[in-house]
Design a binder for this molecule. Structure first.
Ligand code: FPP
Length: 280
């Protein structure tokens, strides 16, 4: 049972937003493309790294909000494979912020029963980052509340390539699973998790940027002009209110709407001949 008072003080804007939510119909998995740290810093005449530093507070607040709402999974896109094109000093600062976040928050994650999982080719990162991540993974391995996925050195296309390689090597060793959606889903780094229901992107950009392309096939996408360092609990709740106002059809029809009464044999046959293309 979700305790509303743990999320918001009575009468605050957050409280009003929580009361607009149907707490029984929350998304199981929310994924966030955290964007706009650089613009946040530039607007204040600060170096870009200050935007990232402030972004860590927004990370903390989003993790707490998601955990209090008892979401099953929160995924944060922290560093893409494309981010290696940034200046070395910025990359170094980002990695340090990440290590600092894990070190400082680990106790709170464990107390909050939050399990950490890392998506992407994170084992290729600097050994000091890898060892901090390993510590985080080990310390939270027994937690069975919310899962916090941090996507690091992540690209959805390389994740799919890695999944294919895994399946091929399993085949070579005699473990021959059917090549179907379930097998591919199981071979991704989000294996065992529900697909994201909602993808949030801050800073107004309307792109998926190589993030969870397979998993987000039916996700609702919410774009807010808010820059990531300003993304607070109320911003998260606004996204959830918006999500709950959407009609999710998964390629079918709106609930209560009847289709055409009859599909003639000719139509049915041509649909079958086309191999029942994926609904959009
Ligand atoms: C995008 O803003 C943000 C990033 C590339 C990094 C996000 C990282 C953090 C918030 C800090 C560390 C993460 C964790 C999980 C502790 P941008 O720099 O592309 O902004 P811009 O588009 O305005 O330049």
């Amino acid at each position: 049972m979700i305790d509303i008072s743990s999320i918001a003080e009575p009468g605050t804007p957050e409280d009003l937003l929580v009361r607009r939510l149907d707490l029984q119909q929350l998304p199981r998995h929310v994924a966030i493309i955290m964007d706009g740290n650089g613009r946040w810093a530039r607007a204040r005449g600060l170096p870009r790294v200050e935007g990232h530093r402030e972004g860590v507070s927004a990370v903390r607040e989003s993790v707490e909000t998601a955990a209090r709402l008892e979401l099953e999974v929160l995924t944060l896109f922290a560093f893409s494979t494309e981010n290696w094109k940034r200046p070395k000093a910025e990359i170094w600062a980002l990695m340090n912020l990440l290590k600092e976040y894990i070190r400082r928050e680990l106790q709170r994650l464990v107390e909050g029963n939050i399990r950490l999982r890392i998506l992407g080719r994170w084992r290729e990162l600097d050994p000091s980052v890898v060892s901090t991540l390993m510590r985080g993974l080990e310390a939270t391995a027994g937690c069975d509340g919310m899962t916090l996925n941090i996507a690091l050195n992540y690209s959805s296309r390389s994740e799919i390539v890695d999944a294919c390689r895994r399946i091929v090597s399993d085949w070579a060793e005699g473990r021959r699973a059917d090549i179907d959606e379930a097998t591919i889903g199981r071979s991704l780094s989000t294996s065992g998790q529900p697909d994201p229901d909602l993808v949030i992107r801050t800073s107004g950009e309307r792109r998926l940027s190589n993030f969870l392309l397979w998993q987000a096939a039916y996700a609702e996408i919410y774009v807010t002009p808010c820059l990531w360092p300003d993304f607070a609990c109320a911003s998260f709740l606004e996204a959830l209110v918006d999500f709950q106002g959407r009609q999710r059809r998964f390629g079918g029809l709106e609930e209560g709407v009847q289709g055409e009464p009859e599909v003639g044999p000719g139509l049915a046959a041509s649909a079958a001949a086309e191999g029942a293309r994926e609904p959009r």
